[in-house]
Every structure is written in C-alpha cells, then in structure tokens.
Write a protein that binds this ligand. Structure first.
Ligand SMILES: Nc1nc2c(ncn2[C@@H]2O[C@H](COP(=O)(O)OP(=O)(O)OP(=O)(O)O)[C@@H](O)[C@H]2O)c(=O)[nH]1
Ligand SMILES: [Mg+2]
Length: 471
C-alpha cells in the first residue's frame, strides 16, 4: 500500500506588478474587496509589497500582493543579461540579483516586486491601455520573463483614450493571457471571470480558485439575502411606525402639532439612514462612514417633492396597482375616479403629469388626539397612510443598495448618488408592483404580521435586488 504522504498545500499567490501609477493598487483593492489599499495619483505611492490574503474560516484561499512599480528596469535587465545562462537557470539569476542587492536602496522597488514572484507568486502585469504602448515596457516584461513564473496581463483604462489594440499585439508576445479589467467599474461577473483566468495560470491553482469562486457566489447570495432582510424591515417599520407626543393643555397647540410631524419624519429619516449604513457594512463598505465618505442622496430629502417624483409611482401606476382604492386622502383623487372611461381616453394624459399634494408628503398620516384626562393626553401620528410612501422609500433604498453593491473597493472619492430618472422602470414592473402592494397594505393596517409574510416580502425584494445588481 502506498504510504500517505502529507503534502503541504500552498495556496495560489499573485503579484500585481507593472509601471508606477498604472492602477496596480486599484486592481488589488478591487480583487481583494479591500478598501485599505493605498491608492493615489502620485506615482510611487506603493513602496513596500503588501499581502492581501483572502481567507475563509482561517484558511487562505489565495493571496494577492500589491507591489511598487518598476523604477530601474533597464539597470536590472542589464545586470541579468550579463549572466548568460540557459532558460532553466534564468530564475536563479533573478534570485542572485535579489540576494546581492537586498540592502541597496536604489533597487528597493524592484526587489519588493520580485520577491513575491520568486516566492512562487503568479504574475499579473498591469498596463494602462489609455496611454500608447512604448518600448520601455519591454524591459519590464523581459525581467518578468526571467523569473520563469506563470503570468498574465491586465489592460486597465485610466482615461478614455484607447490604445488597447496596440497593447494587445505587444503583450501577446510575452503573456499567454491578456485581459481587460477596469478596477473602478468592476462587477461581480467580471471579478469572477478574472479569477477564472488567474486559475488558468497553473494547473494546481484551478481547483482552489474554482472553490474560491464557489464561495464568492455563496457570499454574494448571503449579502443579497441580508440586504433584502434589512430592506424588508425598513419598509415594514417605517410604514407601521407610530409617533406619540404628550401634551398638558386643553388643546394641543399648533407647535405641538408641528412637533409631532417633525418627530415622525425624523424617525423615518433615521430608519432610512441606519439601514443604509448597515447595507454599506454588508457590502464591505463600512469604512466609508469613518472617513465621512458616505453615499448620499445629495440634497434629496426623503420627504421632498423631487424624491417623490423620481421614486414614487405616477398617478397612472397608482391607479393600475389599485393603490388608490379605499380611503385615499389628498388632492385630485375625485377627479381620478370621475369615471373609468377616463382611463381609456386621451384625457387621462392630462391628469398624469406633475406632482401634486398627493405625491408629496402633505398627507402622511393624520394627527390623532388621544387620551382623556388633561396631562395624559397625547398626539399620535402613524402608521403611514400615504400610499406612495413605501414605493418612494423602497426605490431609494434599492437604488442605494445597487450603487453600494456595484461600487468598487478601488473607489476613493466621495460617491454621490447621481440620479437616474429611468431607474424606476428598471426595478419596478407591473407584476412586482402588484405583489408589493399586497404587503404594503398589510404594513399600513397596523395589525400584527406573520413572520412568514415578512419572509415572502423579503424573497420578493431579494429577487428584485439580484436582478438590479447583476444587470
Ligand atoms: N478613472 C480611472 N482611474 C484609475 C483607474 N485605475 C487607477 N486609476 C487611478 O490612477 C491612479 C493610480 O492608481 P494606483 O492604483 O494607485 O496605481 P499604482 O499602479 O498602484 O501606483 P504606484 O503604487 O504609485 O505605482 C489613482 O489616482 C487611481 O484612482 C481606472 O480604471 N479608472
Ligand atoms: Mg500602488
């Protein structure tokens, strides 16, 4: 019987290397889903190699190295070429270069980038396809070839211009795989597809990287699920929220009435903000708050007319959804029900435009006066009566979640939400709207909900989110 020898498994390693300031660190950050990678437009930002292991349950799946850019490639290559050795010995010459120049400050950057490669890392050579190709890169690629390690090239585009055709032609001489990758606009599919390419560099890496891809997919599902659960809770809690305010006089004053309304609105705003923060944490963007780089709806308050017109349902949609049936408050509603024929004729068009009081938040919920004896009387506001509110809140939250999920970890600047006026059409189709309304109605009723019903709503939300994020 053959003895069972224990072989120590070495996880796949990849060194991201290239010219200074070509987006190496940005690529590491995007692939490692790590925002702590130092990125800046000053060439020479990275001066030490840094490892970014990706581990699950304490086991490293693979490891990425961010490295400094080449500084003295010509000198290094000249040194290597002085040693005339056959191909199977070339890597030894590279090691000799490292050993001999270990304490030589001038070659710090080359040594930092060559070390992980000589330690077994595959090479990911990064170039900027928005700049023309130049022969100076050949020196770098030549040095990399001397290491004998498996390698691939990634073409990044820092600017709009595109020289990728000439780059491809040159890179294909040196690398068996040339891919395009934009670390700023990467999505899940692209990330997985780059991992698949990385797996092809070495046979032993296929299995561990396939396993990593599988785990990433599970992880993505989990993040979607947790986001959907938070969105569900937000909508449910906001719609069913009730705010109370005690007063001690015969009648509640106008100020007290205004106070309860502003408390009520603040409560809903707080719920929205805290959900957004949680969602940012789920997608590993929690650091954003620390640096006050929060994803914001710039100037678009939850209760503004603008938010209502961008995210809310139009009169027509409200009608089709059947939201308006029952005790609807607000202006214009009599007109809408003046006759069903209106829906068929052209006259309906005249009614659809604009955002009247009905779409704004002049009518949120009635302020009720409760309690009998003086001193024990209070004002009460909630649950939400405005039929459009859940859609507005949902639209904003879906939009925010989509943006957070699609934001690369390589992004450093404050990211504001640029409004996409067509967003609603992307997430809310007729069928979803009708399914959602069934639940919104229950949320509004103030009656207790079965856990199952919330779960059903969550499944619906998850499906919509998945569709949005994958698109
Ligand atoms: N617009 C855009 N900017 C990018 C992209 N990739 C990198 N950048 C920017 O380019 C600059 C350099 O990016 P880094 O990732 O720090 O580059 P590096 O190659 O690690 O640079 P050094 O460490 O200095 O060698 C930063 O300002 C990045 O924000 C990209 O795909 N699109
Ligand atoms: Mg860098």
């Amino acid at each position: 019987m053959p003895s069972r020898r224990q072989t120590t498994f070495v996880h796949p390693k990849f060194a991201v290397v290239g010219h200074p300031n070509k987006g190496k660190s940005s690529i590491v950050s995007a692939l490692a889903l790590d925002d702590s990678v130092q990125i800046s437009d000053t060439p020479g930002t990275t001066t030490k190699k840094r490892s970014f292991p990706l581990s699950v349950d304490g086991k490293v799946l693979y490891e990425l190295f961010d490295t400094p850019g080449f500084q003295r490639a010509r000198r290094v290559l000249a040194w290597l070429e002085k040693h005339d050795v056959p191909a199977n010995k070339k890597h030894e010459v590279v090691q000799a270069f490292i050993d001999e120049h270990k304490d030589d400050e001038r070659f710090n950057d080359e040594i930092e980038l060559l070390e992980p490669i000589m330690d077994g890392a595959g090479i990911i050579y990064v170039v900027d396809g928005s700049q023309p190709y130049g022969e100076e890169y050949e020196t770098e690629m030549e040095i990399l070839r001397w290491t004998g390690q498996p390698s691939m090239a990634l073409i990044n585009h820092i600017d709009e211009t595109d020289y990728s055709e000439e780059w491809k032609r040159a890179l294909e001489h040196y690398f068996k795989m040339v891919r395009t990758f934009n670390p700023m606009q990467t999505n899940f599919e692209q990330h997985m597809s780059i991992l698949e390419s990385m797996a092809q560099l070495k046979e032993e890496w296929i299995a561990p990287l396939k396993a990593s891809i599988k785990l990433f997919k599970q992880y993505q599902e989990q993040m979607l699920e947790r986001s959907a659960a938070l969105v569900t809770r937000l909508v449910y809690e906001s719609v069913s929220a009730v705010e109370k305010l005690s007063f001690y006089t015969q009648e509640a004053s106008e100020e007290e009435r205004q106070k309860i309304e502003s408390n009520y609105k603040d409560k809903l705003r707080d719920l929205e903000v805290s959900t957004q923060k949680h969602i940012e944490e789920i997608w590993n963007h929690g650091h954003l708050q620390k640096e006050e780089k929060v994803l914001t709806f710039e100037g678009m308050d939850l209760f503004s007319e603008e938010t209502a017109s961008v995210f809310g349902l139009t009169r027509k949609e409200l009608l089709i959804t059947g939201v308006t049936s029952g005790a609807v408050t607000g202006a214009g509603i009599d007109l809408l029900f003046a006759g069903h024929t209106l829906l068929l004729g052209g006259a309906i068009g005249a009614l659809l435009g604009g955002t009247g009081a009905y779409f704004g938040f002049n009518e949120l919920s009635e302020v009720k006066v409760l309690g009998q004896t003086m001193g024990r009387r209070y004002l009460e506001m909630g649950p939400m009566e405005n039929r459009n509110f859940p859609y507005i809140l949902l639209g904003r939250t879906m939009y925010h979640t989509m943006k957070v999920a699609q934001t690369s970890h390589a992004k450093r600047e404050v990211f504001e939400i640029e409004m996409d006026q067509t967003f609603k059409e992307k997430w809310l189709d007729d069928t979803s709207r009708k399914s959602l309304e069934k639940y919104h109605k229950k949320f509004r009723s103030g009656s207790a909900l079965e856990a199952e019903e919330l779960k059903e709503y969550e499944v619906l939300i998850k499906r919509i989110l998945k569709h949005l994020i994958d698109a």
